[in-house]
Write a protein that binds this ligand. Structure first.
Ligand code: GUN
Length: 294
């Protein structure tokens, strides 16, 4: 058996066309959506992500600006920058690329962003709203995973969804989304993490297995139920001397073996990654729309 490959890149391209129309509609109403990204320091992966965000904005007609800050910047200078951006009516979305240098408190910074402009959905107000089942700006990666399921006709309703990884960015919010009594959710959810004993006993019973552990080969073939849907959120750089860049990207799932067991699987790259960017653009349009309709 060979799994259906869930092509996140193609799904993302479809959504981009819709978002382009939405951006044009907002502009016709006099609102030019704008996203500001703050990038602190020189982390190469962060620079790649931010470049993709800028490209996505340009493609659909969202104004974007990236503010680069030195790794040694003081926390209060970053807070001041955020206060200025919060005040600006022409800025609808603000994103601070993570990780931040260690001397800066991530919690403090994320809490300083106006929740209405928090297109990452990381502000405690948005996290609280998500927990309460209220509408809010959803974190982009979990929203992207749900959208892949939706557009592939895979309904989690009544299924056993097993999430591996409890990060604030992916695992925890995705688990919360999946357990809600809403369309394309309403699943029975198990959240596994580094404290889980006998991981395989849970992953083996997953109808839908979502892996966001940040470690290559966290999931191998014998850990997957035949026919299961496997969503790989990992993006790990592994040394590859033969590659021009000296590394290649790999997920958290051992794709080559798991693809023969699973019913459907997302590849890395080309699975969840492109969806994350698209959901960020969607959130920016949602924030812009809310700013003119309040
Ligand atoms: N770093 C890795 N993923 C993310 C993300 O979704 N948002 C931000 N701001 N930084 C990240």
């Amino acid at each position: 058996m060979s799994a259906i490959i869930l092509d996140g890149k193609a799904i993302a391209a479809d959504i981009m066309a819709d978002l382009k129309e939405e951006a044009a509609r907002l502009k016709s109403q006099g609102c030019y959506p704008q996203l500001v990204v703050i990038l602190v320091g020189e982390d190469p992966a962060s620079h790649v992500y931010v470049g993709r965000k800028e490209k996505g904005c340009a493609e659909i007609g969202i104004k974007s600006q990236t503010i680069m800050m030195d790794a040694g910047i003081r926390e209060e200078d970053l807070l001041k920058q955020l206060q200025d951006l919060n005040q600006r009516p022409d800025v609808h979305g603000i994103l601070v690329q993570l990780p931040l240098p260690r001397h800066i408190s991530t919690d403090k910074i994320l809490t300083a962003i106006d929740p209405k402009k928090d297109v990452d959905g990381f502000h405690p107000v948005n996290r609280g709203k998500l927990m309460a089942g209220e509408s809010c700006l959803l974190p982009c990666t979990p929203a992207g995973v749900q959208e892949i399921l939706k557009r592939s006709g895979i309904n989690p309703e009544g299924k056993h969804v097993v999430v591996v990884g409890r990060s604030m960015i992916v695992g925890m919010p995705f688990a919360v989304m999946m357990m809600q009594k809403k369309p394309w959710a309403n699943a029975t959810v198990t959240l596994c993490h580094t404290g889980t004993r006998d991981l395989v006993s849970y992953t083996k019973t997953a109808d839908i297995l979502v892996v966001a552990a940040g470690r290559p080969k966290t999931i191998t073939a014998e850990m997957v139920m035949p026919g299961a849907v496997v969503i790989d959120v990992g993006t790990n750089r592994v040394d590859a001397p033969e590659a021009t860049r000296g590394y290649r990207l790999t997920g958290d799932v051992d794709f080559e073996t798991v693809r023969h067991i699973a019913g459907a699987i997302t590849p890395v790259p080309g699975g969840v990654g492109p969806m994350t960017i698209v959901m960020l653009l969607k959130n920016t349009l949602q924030a812009a729309e809310a700013s003119i309709s309040q």
